[in-house]
Design a protein around this ligand. Structure first.
Ligand SMILES: Cc1cc2nc3c(=O)[nH]c(=O)nc-3n(C[C@H](O)[C@H](O)[C@H](O)COP(=O)(O)O)c2cc1C
Length: 178
């Protein structure tokens, strides 16, 4: 089997985002793979802009990246108990691309947040957001990374043993779906 292609989608656009770090750890624990972080820094969806200019090239590129992936990992921050607007905007834009990349796609979702619940509510909402696209989403182990700002060492590795154990299990299950 050729090296599996794994694509990450981080709901936090900022540099140094702990959600992006969590995805990098997931990719490491997934094992041998070709990992790419998708660029979802899209303009806000506006139907007028779409009517005039069509789907932006960056959206088409992201949709194709997902379509070509063997599996996708998504991590969302929690903003006021929901996923980030950037992530919802990206999902909406990608749904407008000619390429419909999600059907049957193996997907693992996770969350990283400052709060004690690790973005649990945001992750539940994210799971609902994905329903129309009909991917194959793993139900667990659920990764809710709490206090994410202090959850990584200087090398970007997760310090909590339980997180490493559960994220490893999640990634093994994801690999098993390929
Ligand atoms: C607008 C906004 C709302 C937030 N709401 C929550 C929240 O409801 N629960 C929570 O745990 N953290 C909340 N936070 C803190 C985020 O969890 C924290 O910024 C987190 O580090 C974001 O992920 P990142 O490191 O990947 O950027 C909020 C942050 C922002 C900017």
């Amino acid at each position: 089997m050729s090296t599996p292609k794994l694509v990450g989608i981080s709901g936090s656009l900022r540099s140094g985002a702990t959600n992006t770090m969590l995805l990098a750890e997931a990719a490491r624990l997934f094992g041998d793979c070709d990992y790419t972080l998708a660029d979802i820094n899209f303009p806000l969806y506006n139907g007028d802009d779409e009517a005039v200019s069509g789907v932006p090239a960056a959206v088409t590129a992201a949709a194709q990246l997902i379509a070509d992936a063997d599996a996708v990992i998504i991590s969302t921050p929690e903003y006021n108990k929901g996923p980030s607007g950037a992530l919802k905007n990206a999902l909406d834009w990608i749904s407008r691309a000619d390429v419909k990349p999600w059907g049957g796609k193996p997907v693992a979702v996770m969350s990283a947040a400052a709060g004690r619940a690790g973005g649990e509510r945001a992750q539940m909402v994210l799971r609902g957001f994905m329903v129309p696209f009909r991917p194959v989403i793993l139900q667990g182990p659920e990764i809710h990374l709490a206090g994410s700002g202090s959850a990584f060492d200087d090398n970007g590795h997760l310090t909590g043993e339980i997180y490493v154990k559960e994220l490893t299990a999640l990634m093994q299950d994801l690999r098993g779906l390929i």
